[in-house]
Design a protein around this ligand. Structure first.
Ligand SMILES: Cc1cc2nc3c(=O)[nH]c(=O)nc-3n(C[C@H](O)[C@H](O)[C@H](O)COP(=O)(O)OP(=O)(O)OC[C@H]3O[C@@H](n4cnc5c(N)ncnc54)[C@H](O)[C@@H]3O)c2cc1C
Length: 292
């Protein structure tokens, strides 16, 4: 097997143009597992770990850009303003996995259980791809993730990163698993409040073939916050009946299956629990806004 070691993004794109069959490797925490189990045996690997351009994040024009090679450890250390992303990153694997694993790799694997993905979905992120022949293009997250472990990345393209509009408002990521650490989510949920547009966004992981948005729940709860005056008066309470309805609509948005990690019924119940908690946390944080 050939291992190609580009030292710049141009060089990496050049390699990908000439060897579209070469499989990219960022942290290797998914790819090397697949290779160790003999499930994949690529003819060539293009190791992106020396491509410095992919390992940074920045804020520009009200947007955040996260390079595909930024590790979870860096996110936890540097991106405190993006609390749901930090919470998701902190929940990934062990310190060793977080030191190597990247959001670009999570996107590349496109598992419905990828913990960074519900956060990017709730942020309405675009995924930035680049090839030598066609340059850069951006796809909304839901057009990038085309199915379970499938993405819209062309053979000569690399994932450059993810970009999203900075939201003003509280939010969280939480997941249910069989234990507190080193666990693949049985259900995961990210809820973010967009104060500017008076919207609540909710994305679900591990409860469908790919990441899902609970759009009906989002619309109903955003409208409920308006009718109860809570958008203007952060201390105005939300009728508990609305919270019940919200949790039920989130559970309805799930498309879970029974598998070794949990039953469909348990996953749906998990969505109810996670959504109710996440909404409760966000509403109490709105009353004590540290994010302003
Ligand atoms: C012990 C263990 C625990 C784990 N726990 C979790 C967990 O709790 N939550 C979770 O979400 N995941 C978990 N994972 C999975 C893995 O760590 C994550 O999916 C991680 O984000 C993968 O990133 P990576 O950089 O290591 O990807 P890699 O293994 O390098 O790549 C993964 C895939 O993405 C492709 N790829 C990588 N970079 C690019 C690029 N720039 N352009 C195009 N394609 C690219 C690769 O070709 C490959 O198909 C765990 C893995 C292990 C081994």
């Amino acid at each position: 097997m050939e291992v190609l070691l580009p030292h710049s993004l141009d060089e990496a794109l050049e390699i990908k143009a000439e060897h579209p069959e070469a499989v990219p490797l960022s942290g290797g925490t998914d790819l090397m597992v697949e290779m160790n189990f003999g499930r994949v045996r690529p003819p060539a690997i293009v190791d992106l770990s020396r491509v410095a351009e992919l390992t940074t994040w920045r804020e520009e024009n009200g947007h955040a850009f996260l390079g595909s090679g930024v590790t979870y450890t860096t996110i936890v250390r540097e991106m405190q303003a993006y609390e749901p992303l930090v919470q998701a990153s902190r929940s990934v694997g062990s310190p060793q996995i977080r030191n190597r694993g990247t959001v670009g790799g999570n996107l590349g694997t496109a598992s419905p259980a990828g913990d960074a993905l519900p956060v990017l979905a709730a942020y309405d992120a675009e995924i930035v791809l680049r090839s030598r022949a066609r340059g850069e293009r951006s796809l909304p997250w839901n057009l990038f993730l085309t199915g379970p472990k499938k993405t819209a990345t062309a053979p000569d393209e690399l994932i450059i990163g993810a970009r999203w509009r900075r939201l003003r408002g509280p939010g969280s990521f939480s997941k249910i698993g069989t234990r507190n650490a080193m666990v693949i989510a049985v259900a995961g949920l990210c809820l973010v409040i967009d104060e500017e547009h008076r919207r609540v966004n909710v994305a679900l992981g591990s409860v469908g073939p790919t990441i899902l948005r609970a759009t009906q729940a989002e619309e109903r709860v955003s409208a409920a916050l308006a009718s109860s005056g809570t958008w203007d008066d952060r201390s105005a309470p939300l009728n508990p009946q609305w919270i019940d309805e919200f949790a039920e609509l989130v559970a309805t948005a799930a498309q879970p299956l029974d598998d070794v990690r949990g039953t469909a019924a348990y996953r749906r119940h998990g969505c109810r629990v996670l959504s109710r908690r996440a909404l409760g946390w966000a509403l109490s944080e709105r009353r004590l806004p540290t994010w302003l």
